[in-house]
Design a protein around this ligand. Structure first.
Ligand code: FES
Length: 93
């Protein structure tokens, strides 16, 4: 079962974290848990989004990008490589 944590702390909030969590809540399938999170320790790169249990991180997520994450990652199980947080998901090439 997937859980998506969306940082709602100061720096991410300034970047629109409330709209990002709202988009996940309206678009994600019912079986996915959507959770607000306190600071994820990556301030300045927000809005930070963490998908559990696989620990997949997305940075600088904008509300208009949430639909793609929902369709491709949460529904089809294919994380969107181009949007991943490079600090924790360095490119393999
Ligand atoms: S405020 Fe979002 S990672 Fe720190």
């Amino acid at each position: 079962m997937l859980t998506v944590r969306i940082c709602q702390h100061q720096s991410c909030r300034k970047k629109g974290a409330a709209k990002v969590i709202q988009a996940f809540r309206s678009l994600a399938p019912a079986e996915v848990t959507i959770e607000p999170s306190s600071c994820l320790g990556q301030c300045g790169n927000g809005v930070m989004v963490l998908v559990l249990p696989d620990q997949i991180w997305y940075d600088r997520v904008r509300p208009e990008e949430v639909g793609a994450i929902v369709d491709r990652h949460l529904i089809r199980g294919e994380p969107i490589r181009a949007m991943l947080y490079r600090k924790f998901h360095p490119t393999q090439t």
